[in-house]
Design a protein around this ligand. Structure first.
Ligand SMILES: C[S@@+](CC[C@H](N)C(=O)[O-])C[C@H]1O[C@@H](n2cnc3c(N)ncnc32)[C@H](O)[C@@H]1O
Length: 422
């Protein structure tokens, strides 16, 4: 079983914090389930009917098959999967600081927009709804004028996750015009949002295409089903969008090089740009600028699976029972945004973003070395969540906003938009 070095990891789980992990290949492989039986049957049937499928289609079914996908199980099961004792945890499981800082950032955006009524916050992929809860609490407590006009929209495709979200924001459910849900960006009743569109660890959970450099050029890694197991197979690139992005990256990769392309993220960015009338788009995730993500020595890409607090590179095991993710290409998001009417405000990491929003004052109020204090510091660690997580900020309908979250910008815009690593 292949393992990754902590530096490559994105999602947070104890192993990514450096817990030792060693596996004896043979016997363990045999004992690991290939996954949820009904899900495997459904994917195998699709392959039997139409031939090998793209990896993106496989990942879509593994994570989001309406009944058996990883994120689509019962709410109780989902509550166990994400969190300190689950398959992985996110910033909001660690400490409310991110939600609190985002509320502070929203208050500044509200001022720059001239206090629109309503001020709409759209959060896409809210998971258990903890970020929403922390944001709403902080806003209610510290930013009363904004809170009075605040309408929070949660876009979540998993019905189970929506149940958990409702539990976490229960105290605001009966307030008129406070909260609404949609299961898809395209199904939103809103148009022309004035406010803030935010996401944390959404894009890394979009299905990705996988490509490999072979003697024939660049081919797509597709998925076949043979003798009761899923296997890789190579095919020509399956879509124009995929070929276009490969061409744009324009890097001299060595033979055998594998990587991922997130075509879905590009489509998503266009939809978001269309939805925003005046406001800011804030995308938090682990990832890199294209020059770094696609550099020739990153030979195996960044695709990883998370299960029971450890990480592996085996998408064809535990299908439907483990999370799958790939690092985000922030360059493609910034460039697509620019083409679609969003200006790039800046690009930073979580540590600098939180420092810009004054987290030291929040930390000063905590008891040194207490569990809460240590949790808050965990979000800022320069060798961990503080720098693995990046923040892309884009705007529309406001002139060059100077946002507190971007006070310290460790990345220059030229690095964000440069395409080629060659
Ligand atoms: C890795 S979790 C992140 C959860 C949360 N943002 C957090 O930080 O804890 C990804 C979430 O995005 C949701 N999701 C993925 N693709 C989506 C889409 N196209 N539309 C709405 N929700 C989506 C998943 O169901 C899941 O709740």
């Amino acid at each position: 079983m292949a393992l990754s070095t902590p530096g490559m990891m994105g999602r947070s789980c104890p192993q990514s914090r450096g817990v030792a992990f060693s596996i004896d290949d043979g016997p363990l492989e045999l004992s690991v389930s290939i996954g949820h039986p009904e899900l495997i049957a459904a994917i195998a049937a699709e392959i039997a009917a139409s031939g090998p499928i793209s990896f993106a289609r496989f990942m879509e079914l593994a994570l989001y098959h309406p009944q058996f996908g990883y994120y689509m199980r019962a709410p109780e099961q989902m509550a166990e999967r994400i969190g300190w004792r689950g398959d992985f945890y996110t910033s909001s499981d660690v400490h409310p600081m991110l939600g609190q800082a985002l509320a502070k950032q929203a208050e500044q955006i509200d001022r720059l927009l001239g206090h629109p009524d309503p001020f709409i916050v759209v959060e896409m992929g809210p998971g258990k709804g903890l970020l929403a809860r922390h944001f709403l609490s902080a806003c209610q407590r510290h930013f009363g004028s904004l809170f009075e006009r605040l309408h929070y929209v949660l876009i979540e495709r998993s019905p189970a996750m929506q149940v958990l979200q409702r539990e976490n924001v229960a105290r605001w459910l009966d307030q008129p015009n406070r909260l609404t849900w949609a299961n898809d960006l395209a199904n939103m009743a809103l148009e022309g949002v004035n406010g803030l569109f935010l996401s944390n660890e959404l894009i890394d959970s979009f299905p990705v295409h996988r490509i490999q450099v072979t003697a024939n050029g660049i081919e797509e890694l597709c998925v076949d089903y043979q003798r009761g197991r899923f296997v890789d197979c190579l095919r020509p690139l399956s879509s124009e969008a995929l070929s276009d992005r490969v061409r744009q990256i324009n890097t001299a990769w060595p033979e055998g090089y594998r990587t991922e392309i997130n075509v879905h993220a590009v489509r998503w960015m266009r939809q978001v740009a269309q939805l925003i009338k005046r406001g800011v788009v804030l995308t938090i995730d682990y990832g890199h600028v294209a020059q770094d993500l696609y550099r020739p020595d990153r030979k195996g890409g960044t695709f990883l699976c998370y299960s029971r607090q450890s990480v592996n590179e085996e998408p064809f095991l535990r299908v439907g029972d483990q999370d799958m993710t790939a690092h985000v290409d922030f360059t493609s998001l910034a460039l697509t945004g620019e083409e679609s009417g969003l200006r790039t405000t800046g690009f930073t990491n979580q540590l600098s973003f939180l420092m810009g929003l004054g987290v030291e004052h929040m930390i000063e109020e905590l008891e040194p070395d207490s569990p809460t204090f240590n949790a808050a510091i965990h979000l800022l660690r320069p060798q961990g969540m503080g720098t693995t997580f990046k923040v892309l900020v884009q705007h529309k309908g406001i002139v060059s906003p100077e946002l507190d979250g971007l006070k310290y910008k460790p990345f220059f815009e030229s690095a964000l938009t440069a395409q080629s690593a060659a």
